[in-house]
Design a protein around this ligand. Structure first.
Ligand SMILES: Cc1ncc(COP(=O)(O)O)c(C=O)c1O
Length: 381
């Protein structure tokens, strides 16, 4: 039986709320239903502030596209790949042969490692940074070389450059950086690119691009390419587009490397729902604007609450915040776990910092309520 758009959304909203009632406290339920009706707790009732997901999405247009795609689930999805690739190519004003689609941007990290690295090769990353590239690189026998972030939590590009040698095949720059939510200035990255030997590729991970505060220090390498053939830029649909569960991401690089990366995929890697959702998400710029605005408000409120407790978070350009808690991160993580809230794991060498993904206002009120229960929370002041 055909489902009307409005009927489907009504069913979906009712189902989502009913399915998550067990995990919701009263006002949280009402508030989330008003905002977007997305569950914020897992099946055990644990509040999820640990994986930098978008608490409000996906947008209704994306959910509708997923529902509509299911009627084609009997067919292989590859017929729709070109259309999504072309949408992405058009968005970034590049030829479509430079775009590589992946099952999440994690897949693009894996492909970059597989295409460029192996035994005897090294990849240079910051510490701490997002670790999946290092994980895959290690799995295929490459060596990981790390350089600590600067005191302002930017990539220490001079230190990274000093570690480049004849074995270096790849450098990873996560901007904004996960877990610190901090920026590495565009001008510094450009000057770094100019000093690298021509054999070294640089992967710039822009997973949190949409959340960056307007700043002259940041310009996306997709919005303004560096004119450097050895740059790979990756983006994900898991953050602002709120599609972490659907698994979709992409990379943009020069066409020879793009072709090599594609050759390491199967012909039918992405499912029909992810592809349909991706197309709908790219076309739904109004929802992106709304998600970004909500994140700005939530982030500001987090800073207000943190500062009221004399805490000093790192300036955040993402949908999560990292702050020095002045006590072992493991103790805090444990305290929150006991109170049914999951926050980010600890990120050595920042052993006293905690990373908190931003949730809805109700979720964050619960976060601060539990924070204030910590026996030595006053000592943080
Ligand atoms: C910086 C960064 N890159 C890539 C990813 C992977 O995202 P996904 O595989 O969901 O696209 C994440 C996930 O949190 C991330 O933080």
């Amino acid at each position: 039986m055909p489902v009307s758009r409005r009927g489907f959304l009504r069913t979906l909203t009712a189902g989502t709320v009913a399915g998550s009632v067990a995990g919701w406290a009263g006002d949280a339920l009402v508030e989330a239903a008003t905002l977007a009706a997305r569950p914020e707790r897992d099946r055990e009732g644990v509040l999820l502030l640990d994986s930098n997901e978008n608490a409000y999405g996906p947008s209704e247009k994306v959910m509708w596209a997923v529902q509509e795609s299911l009627s084609r689930a009997n067919r292989y999805p590859f017929r729709d790949y070109d259309s999504l690739t072309e949408d992405i190519a058009r968005l970034h004003n590049v030829k479509s042969n430079r775009v590589v689609l992946g099952c999440g941007s994690t897949d693009i990290l894996r492909l970059a490692a597989a295409a460029l690295l192996g035994p005897g090769k090294t990849v240079i990353t910051a510490s701490p940074t997002y670790e999946d590239l290092a994980t895959y690189s290690k799995a295929i026998g490459a060596e990981i070389i790390t350089a600590p972030l600067t005191p302002t939590f930017a990539h220490d590009l001079d230190a990274m450059l000093a570690k480049v040698d004849s074995k270096t095949a790849l450098v990873y720059i996560c901007n904004p950086n996960n877990p610190t939510a901090s920026l590495t200035p565009r001008a510094d990255i450009e000057s770094f690119l100019g000093k690298l030997p021509p054999t070294v590729y640089v992967l710039i991970d822009e997973a949190y691009h949409h959340y960056v505060n307007a700043s002259a220090r940041y310009v996306s390498f997709l919005d303004q390419p560096a004119g450097n053939e050895r740059v790979i830029v990756i983006r994900t649909f898991s953050k602002v587009y709120a599609m972490a569960g659907l698994r979709l991401g992409y990379g943009v690089t020069e066409h020879v490397l793009a072709e090599k990366m594609r050759s390491l995929l199967t012909d039918v890697d992405l499912n029909c729902a992810a592809v349909a959702a991706g197309k709908a998400a790219l076309a739904d710029s109004e929802s992106v604007r709304n998600f970004v605005k909500r994140n700005m408000d939530d982030r500001q409120e987090f800073f207000n609450q943190a500062m009221a407790r004399m805490l000093k978070p790192i300036d955040s350009h993402a949908n999560f915040v990292m702050m020095d808690a002045h006590q072992p991160a493991d103790d805090i993580i444990d305290h929150f776990r006991k109170n049914k809230i999951r926050i980010g794991r600890h990120f050595p060498p920042l052993t006293h910092h905690v990373r908190v993904s931003l949730g809805t206002p109700a979720a964050m009120r619960e976060f601060w309520r539990v924070w204030d229960l910590m026996p030595n929370s006053k000592m943080s002041m």
